[in-house]
Design a protein around this ligand. Sequence first.
Ligand code: 9MJ
Length: 680
Amino acid sequence: MAAALQVQREVESLRQRLDDWNYRYYVLDDPSVPDAEYDRCMQRLRQLEQAYPELLRADSPSQRVGATLLSQFAPVTHELPMLSLDNAFSAQDMRDFNRRLLERLGMGARESELAFACEPKLDGIAVSLLYRDGVLERGATRGDGTTGEDITHNVRTIRTVPLRLRGRGYPQVLEVRGEVYMPRAGFEQLNARARARGEKTFVNPRNAAAGSLRQLDAQVTARRPLQMCCYGVGLTAGGKLPPRHAAIMQCLRQWGLRINPESAVVNGIAACEHYFDRLASRRASLAYDIDGVVFKVNELSLQQRLGTMSRAPRWAIARKFPAQEEMTRVLDVEFQVGRTGAVTPVARLEPVFVGGVTVSNATLHNADEIQRLDVRIGDTVTVRRAGDVIPQVVSVVAAERPAAARPVVFPQRCPVCNSPLERESQGAVWRCLGGLVCAAQQKAAIRHFASRRAMDIDGLGDKLVEQLVDAGLVANVAGLYQLQREQLLGLERMGEKSADNLLQALDASRQTSLARFIYALGIREVGEATAGNLARHFGSWETLAAASRDQLLAVPDVGPVVADHLLQFFASRSSMQVVEQLRASGVHWPDVEVSAPQALPLAGQTWVVTGTLDSMGRSEARARLQELGARVAGSVSAKTSRVVAGPGAGGKLSRATELGIEVLDEAAFLALLREQGVVP
Ligand code: 9MJ
């Protein structure tokens, strides 16, 4: 009896929590806990309700299909309900799913394996598009599955939603279903802009997509980097579709709708696991967030025989990845000083497994962000790690704040060198004014100088840089070339062999290229591509250092901000002294031939390389293009001639598509290089 009472209490507490979270999520657009926590509670509630059916009630959050409706948009009734998906969290769950399918279909386990369509599970907003005679008539959200909201005005602004279908053969009435989502790069840019303006940021790309679709003003939606990807068909009339899911998807593609290029058809549940593992390993390199893989029985006749349950079809399942957001506690907040003096608050966390790794630090960005989040030491927070993005604190779970939580105090002086801090005129960043006297900036500048893409000094790792600066042996990059063997041997854990190797690596680095040297100096906003462009444009250091603002602005990829940073560098006596010392200690490079531009096949063109390529790194791809006379820029603009895009390309690819710029995949790019004889 006592046990039953305890179960009842747990069920009530779960319902209460889930109702609160639903309200925050759907009504206030302000989620309070990570999805993983929500899913765990919902899963637990369902388990208990299944084990104790007498506790089941119609108003339990487990009995609701989807979202609460807001009243701003006209309601839309889905004639065929938009179902959700059952979840699988393990290989065992998948085998159970397969067994249930075979049982229902009356097939023995040893009979032929079922064919499954496998699709990445996009983490966005489910949307229905209704085409009549090939013309987009209506766009609607899923809502609670039966009734959604009319968002036609907003979906019409999404460039991947065709307003009219292409080709022929589509049914007279065709309802297409899919996910509207925001690629990660676009999300980061949107938030960076909001942060710079001191506005509210979005917690994650899915939330940003939801918020963008919920705009009453379609012009706001139009400015948001939304995409739509289709994964199913709802109502159809006046036409026939093929009898298999994957074939229908190909039809949609021919009619101008986007489907996911990662989709595949496999036979049997073992192959599903293989697909899942492969996609999981590539998850971070995709341009958008996915939270799992959807497996669907490919034959429509079998789908029909399997039928649906109240919330979800029996013929499909979503196998989930480990969560990208989890809850943990803030143990402390520390302040890091970067290469340019920017002071970044970093939360030290109780270690938590999120996005596939254990995370114990997360960035808090800047002082405004601390204020916006109102994060305190001792708070329970949601931490997000998506792809290779630095883990971030995205929100505070206010209900969990302990009485002893301490506010975070942003320092007034540099925590490393005690110099005063200055706030940038536009922006939220505080910078240490210590410059070269600040040990944190010294260390970061030396690490950058020594890095592989810069001077490539083998063996000069972070620990050693730390030791050299702390021991007072090196204060700036020029000091590296003055190091003596005896000084090195005086350092802890430095043997003769390591000391000799380091001196040799330093010696080897003296011979470099102008582009590497410019990049290695760490001038603000001057990345590798810009450094290469500067080197090719000016040909020598002297010409570059003497360039006027207008001359700098003539270089591709150099705008007013970069030009000003360059001019500031050339005007700084201490910076120019370091350059002189470096050259005096033997750092040298051949002058670059400012090639007769017409002679080369890609002369006058500006290219951008994005995503990953199998056959070479991005920097090699850039170098090959430069050999052919192209300028290579770091960002896509109206001036871009062509873009090379591999898997994982994000914002740059979408921007190129938006601007109608020609995009080459790796095969086309290699063909071009071969044609020009720069690769065999
Ligand atoms: C997502 N979210 O990517 C479905 N989904 O199919 C895919 N969702 C789905 N399929 C039936 N790829 C209901 C939902």
